[in-house]
Design a protein around this ligand. Structure first.
Ligand SMILES: CC(=O)SCCNC(=O)CCNC(=O)[C@H](O)C(C)(C)COP(=O)(O)OP(=O)(O)OC[C@H]1O[C@@H](n2cnc3c(N)ncnc32)[C@H](O)[C@@H]1OP(=O)(O)O
Ligand SMILES: N[C@@H](CCO)C(=O)O
Length: 389
């Protein structure tokens, strides 16, 4: 897929809450990166819902996962080929009630849905492509700090995110504790594990060895590394679901009858082919690489004296939410955060869907978020406590 960068609206056109539910673009100047490089011009795309209170006290930041975007909820449209990825979670009367909260959802730095990433123009006017610098989760949060500054939001009432979004939510809490009242981290981790990095290795290899990858400089070619991205997504998608779910749903069932030539396809193969092709049709392979490597860089304890000391920097309310069947970000990683910071609330979502449970179990997730956003509601949120979710 060739990805074209969207022309920003005039920066004078944006105002917090001015265009609810529609994508806005903010030019934020240069960004110095953790690795020593500099992005000369940072653009962040974002959407908002609700109204910012005059004292700025009701702002909630929602952080999307690897292939998500700013479109948390809402219809599909030319700017958003898919409906929102967290339908039912944000809106008037919804768990994150926009009659009360002002919600901001940026597209992550390095992404391909409006924020600066490899498909954006470099200073020479050509897409960054393979020249795009390596970025970290801390860089992604630094970009969002610049956005918050521009929006006039000194402190988030809550920062909420799942998976890669949970990494950013935790990084916000630890890296900018004075600017976060509470954080909700779903299906995530304080650091990328060996297995997470391990699963990403063949996925990245599949993209980089695709003959159309061209070192990342494929935007002028008629065909990009779609095959590599398709394989990468297929590998990843298995890790996003549980072994039992895949067994129950697909078992050994053929998608189509086997012929004498034995060229039939298992249903699970067809399912993965579908998800792989669908991602290749909507996502940029370079962004997939850059974001995966950013996730691999994630370690909130790096340079901060380790996990316990990093978490001690955050004085706000921290809720971590594990999905019981998540094999990619298993519950032990949420438990580790809670053990290192005992005032952390640890909750569990029950799902057969594995890691994707933070997306599919919207009733449970919504109930958790509705309560987690109430100031001081922590006591009621303890697992098993009266009124707990
Ligand atoms: C914050 C973020 O993470 S944003 C990104 C989230 N969105 C995505 O990741 C998009 C990709 N989609 C997904 O990962 C998942 O669909 C989720 C998590 C969004 C939802 O999960 P579920 O509702 O359980 O969907 P499921 O995994 O069953 O997939 C359904 C799709 O598989 C297709 N499918 C199911 N069985 C088969 C099969 N045997 N052969 C081919 N296709 C199949 C369905 O037709 C359906 O297609 P569609 O999505 O194009 O309509
Ligand atoms: N389905 C999620 C999985 C990663 O959390 C995504 O594509 O972003």
């Amino acid at each position: 897929m060739s990805v074209t960068s969207v022309d920003p609206r005039p920066t004078s056109a944006w105002l917090p809450g001015d265009d609810p539910g529609d994508r806005l673009f903010c030019q934020l100047g240069a960004l110095d990166l953790e690795g020593g490089d500099r992005l000369p011009e940072l653009q962040i795309a974002y959407e908002t819902w609700g109204r910012l209170a005059p004292d700025g006290s009701n702002a909630v930041l929602i952080e999307h996962a690897l292939t998500g975007d700013s479109h948390v909820v809402g219809e599909a449209s030319p700017g958003h080929p898919s409906a929102g990825w967290w339908e039912g979670i944000v809106g008037p009367g919804a768990p994150i009630d926009t009659d009360r909260w002002f919600v901001v959802a940026p597209n992550v730095l390095g992404g391909c849905q409006g924020s600066t990433g490899p498909s954006s123009p470099a200073p020479d006017g050509e897409a960054w492509g393979g020249r795009f610098p390596q970025i970290t989760v801390r860089d992604q949060v630094a970009a969002e700090v610049a956005l918050a500054d521009r929006l006039g939001i000194d402190r988030w009432a809550a920062v909420v995110g799942g998976s890669m979004g949970g990494m950013r939510a935790l990084e916000w809490a630890v890296g900018h504790p004075e600017r976060v009242a509470r954080a909700v981290v779903l299906a995530s981790t304080a650091y990328a594990t060996a297995e997470q990095i391990g699963w990403s290795a063949p996925a990245l290899m599949a993209i980089r060895t695709d003959g159309h990858f061209a070192g990342g400089d494929y935007y002028r070619q008629p065909v990009g590394p779609d095959a590599g991205l398709t394989i990468a997504r297929q590998i990843a998608h298995v890790t996003y679901r549980s072994e039992l779910e895949l067994h129950d749903r697909f078992g050994r069932r053929p998608q189509s009858p086997l012929t004498d030539q034995g060229d039939g396809q298992f249903a699970i193969e067809s399912y993965l082919a579908h998800h792989g092709a669908k991602l290749a049709g909507r996502f940029d392979a370079n962004s997939y690489v850059v974001l995966t490597e950013a996730m691999n860089s994630h370690d909130i304890g790096r340079g901060r004296g380790g996990l316990r000391s990093a978490l001690a920097r955050f004085g706000g309310e921290l809720t971590v939410v594990a999905v019981d069947s998540d094999r990619l970000y298993p519950p032990r990683l949420s438990e580790e955060i809670q053990a290192a910071r005992p005032s952390t609330r640890l909750l569990t979502v029950t799902s057969r869907c594995g890691h994707d449970g933070f997306l599919t179990e919207s009733d449970q997730v919504g109930a958790i978020l509705a309560k987690a956003l109430v100031p001081g509601a922590g006591r009621d949120l303890r697992q098993g406590a009266p009124g707990a979710v």
